[in-house]
Design a binder for this molecule. Structure first.
Ligand SMILES: *Cc1c(COP(=O)(O)O)cnc(C)c1O
Length: 337
């Protein structure tokens, strides 16, 4: 029996048709800027996000860091969520490699950063302070799609304060599918957007950073310095093109499966489930039941990550179907019975 892997949407294997597209990809050397498949992917992402240009990179972490470095200079500051990937989960790269000072702020329950609170964190123009230069948002953030009106307000706020606006849109397509809108609509207020191909879209590797042409040109320089120039990377870009053509609308299935999982778990005594918007389920586990849970799940071929402060994150994706979700719910129920 195959594992039911609910650790993340990064665990998917390329589908047979994705592998076929990768195998058939026309290749060049992208560091010489002559890989036609990378060029096609970059044009497709730029068009899909309504931006002038884009750049293919190995990871979302590198994409976000190249964006931070392009928007900010050493000694500058970026405003960011306390639980945001670009603050919490990127190894402190903004501080260490870019010489930037993050100014984190707790997210509100809907995933937004309160603009009134942010205004108070912007530093005055005085050499005692770092220069506040950038506001960095994340969508989806912890599975929540940010309200579209909020994105427009954030843009007005950024303009009023002379800040650039970057979106860590690792899961922007999940947000678009959930809200019945397009990724371009969500991306519109932002100067730059990073998207992951390796999450719900099901690619083995890759992220893309999109923005104005001069921005992307500068970001390519940082990508080089960050060690991210790749050669016959069209083989990976082909997976990205395939995913953008075939794996966006189907994210609705992942969201339906997440709701199915949430509903099943919520019916179990000892588990409380937060409202699900996209492909992530957050389940609070009764404290005395945490210790043996992972082992019980693993014995039954279900993989999960360790709960953080009693909250277990379970993620649906291309490689778990509704039957797998029903099996997972039964396995949880056995343990809690
Ligand atoms: C996964 C992720 C990234 C970056 O991912 P890599 O693992 O470096 O490709 C950035 N932001 C968010 C919100 C993510 O979930």
């Amino acid at each position: 029996m195959p594992m039911i892997d609910l650790r993340s949407d990064t665990v998917t294997r390329p589908t047979p048709s994705m592998r076929k597209a990768m195998n058939a990809a026309e290749l060049g050397d992208d560091v010489f800027d002559d890989d036609p498949t990378v060029d096609r992917l970059e044009a497709l992402v730029a068009e899909t996000l309504g931006k002038e240009a884009s750049m293919f990179v190995p990871s979302g972490t590198q994409s976000n860091l190249a964006a931070l470095m392009t928007h900010c200079a050493r000694g500058d500051e970026y405003l960011v969520g306390q639980q945001a990937h670009t603050y919490l989960f990127e190894g402190g790269g903004g501080a260490t490699l870019a010489g930037l000072q993050p100014q984190p702020l707790d997210q509100e329950p809907d995933g937004t950063l309160d603009l009134g609170k942010l205004a108070k964190l912007i530093k005055p123009d005085d050499y005692h302070y770092a220069r506040t230069r950038l506001l960095c948002l994340e969508n989806t953030t912890w599975g929540k799609a940010l309200p579209q009106e909020y994105l427009a307000e954030a843009k007005t706020f950024a303009d009023e304060h002379g800040l650039a606006l970057h979106l860590d849109g690792a899961r922007i397509f999940n947000a678009a599918v959930e809200q019945g809108t397009t990724a371009a609509e969500i991306a519109a207020p932002f100067d730059s957007v990073s998207v992951c191909l390796s999450k719900g879209l099901g690619c083995p590797v890759g992220s893309v950073l999109a923005g104005p042409s001069d921005f992307v040109k500068q970001a390519r320089r940082w990508r080089k310095m960050l060690g991210g120039g790749m050669r016959q990377s069209g083989i990976l870009a082909a997976a990205g093109i395939h995913a953008l053509q075939h794996h966006v609308d189907r994210l609705a299935e992942d969201h339906a499966n997440a709701r199915l999982l949430a509903k099943g778990l919520d019916g179990i005594d000892g588990i409380e489930v937060a409202t699900v918007q996209t492909n992530m389920v957050f389940a609070t586990i009764a404290e005395h039941k945490i210790t043996g849970l992972a082992e019980h799940l693993r014995k039954n071929d279900i993989l999960n990550t360790a709960p953080i402060a009693g909250s277990l994150r379970l993620v649906t994706h291309l490689d778990v179907d509704a039957d797998a979700i029903r099996t997972a719910v039964e396995t949880f129920a056995e343990y809690f019975a």
